[in-house]
Ligand binder design. Structure first.
Ligand SMILES: Cc1cc2nc3c(=O)[nH]c(=O)nc-3n(C[C@H](O)[C@H](O)[C@H](O)COP(=O)(O)OP(=O)(O)OC[C@H]3O[C@@H](n4cnc5c(N)ncnc54)[C@H](O)[C@@H]3O)c2cc1C
Ligand code: FES
Length: 287
């Protein structure tokens, strides 16, 4: 994790305009909004709290991770996007918003994935856990300056995305990953694309062949992250997981987001995933 400072960090709030809103997979939307400030300061793994502007239902914002950044015609970072699956009250309302309407956003929140040099960065995503992986891959391959850094720095020689979903219709942004040079290893539960079965099988096949240094970055349903963490441990590979515990404030005040984290001495304590996570060393999580 790039930030071990657990104190409340500075974040930025704005009411901003939706620049684009499109369906990228079954029930899955990419929403792009204007914010040069957030685009320049958000790291892969960090997230935003988003609320509908001019509407108090739902009152509480929802956490959505950074999905992609975009630049204006002069190459300056000017916008960000999030990707979400339509699930409940908030995402149903969000999916009805059009280009030109407003949302309220505060961020960047939480910590980010590590940027330590590694031979092979393996990203493992289940369902909408794909969200933080696109900018993570771009930055790891040195295609973008991350955060406020001016010069892009490559820190992985190779990146692979192990990506699992129920059916091929739910797999999002495959062309985007492809065009950025990310190797794809897919799995679907119904066998409609890639390996027929679980993404953990695809991951194990990769780990078995590995020679150099490897780090795993994982996001998805909790049972999948637990299984990935177990595999990482048995292959002695570093692994970070991004937890998606439900959140109310996103800024460390309400304690709705706690997860059990090992203290290193055999005991565990609750940690707020909004400010001490969402990215944790997989071996420190008490599943
Ligand atoms: C750090 C972080 C990053 C996230 N990034 C994304 C993202 O990029 N894209 C995305 O689609 N979602 C993401 N989420 C989840 C998101 O915040 C919302 O919880 C989700 O979109 C559902 O909101 P809703 O109002 O539509 O559904 P709700 O009406 O709140 O809930 C619908 C159903 O989903 C369950 N649920 C609610 N929140 C969660 C959760 N966090 N995990 C599992 N089940 C839940 C509820 O119990 C209920 O059964 C993230 C969560 C966290 C904490
Ligand atoms: S969401 Fe309120 S403390 Fe984490």
């Amino acid at each position: 994790m790039t930030d071990k400072n657990h104190s409340l960090r500075t974040f930025h709030f704005e009411r901003t305009e939706i620049l684009a809103h499109r369906l990228i997979a079954k029930d899955t939307w990419q929403l792009t909004f204007r914010s040069s400030k957030l685009a320049q300061s958000t790291l892969p793994g960090q997230f935003f709290m988003i609320r509908l502007a001019h509407c108090n239902d739902p009152l509480i914002g929802r956490a959505l991770a950074m999905f992609d950044r975009s630049t204006d015609t002069d190459g300056n970072l000017e916008a960000l996007s999030v990707a979400y699956v339509v699930k409940g009250k908030f995402t149903q309302a969000l999916s009805k918003l059009q280009t030109g309407q407003s949302i309220e956003v505060w961020g960047p929140l939480g910590n980010a994935f590590s940027t330590e040099p590694v031979d092979h960065l393996i990203m493992v995503a289940g369902g909408v856990g794909i969200t933080p992986m696109l900018t993570l891959a771009s930055d790891a391959l040195g295609q973008a300056a991350f955060g406020t850094a001016k010069v892009p720095k490559r820190y992985a020689s190779r990146t692979t995305l192990c990506y699992g979903a129920r059916t091929r219709d739910y797999l999002a942004a495959l062309d985007e990953f492809n065009s950025r040079g990310v190797e794809l290893a897919l799995a679907t539960e119904d066998g409609s694309l890639g390996h027929h079965g679980r993404v953990t099988q695809v991951l194990e096949d990769l780990l078995r062949q590995e020679q150099g240094s490897v780090r795993i970055a994982c996001c998805g349903p909790e049972p999948m992250m637990q299984a990935v963490s177990k595999l990482a441990s048995s292959y002695k590979v570093a692994c970070e997981v991004s937890l998606e515990t439900p959140m109310a404030c996103g800024i460390g005040i309400c304690f709705t987001c706690v997860a059990k984290i090992d203290q290193g001495d055999g005991s565990w304590d609750y940690r707020r995933t909004c400010i001490e996570g969402p990215v944790f060393d997989a071996q420190s999580v008490v599943w």
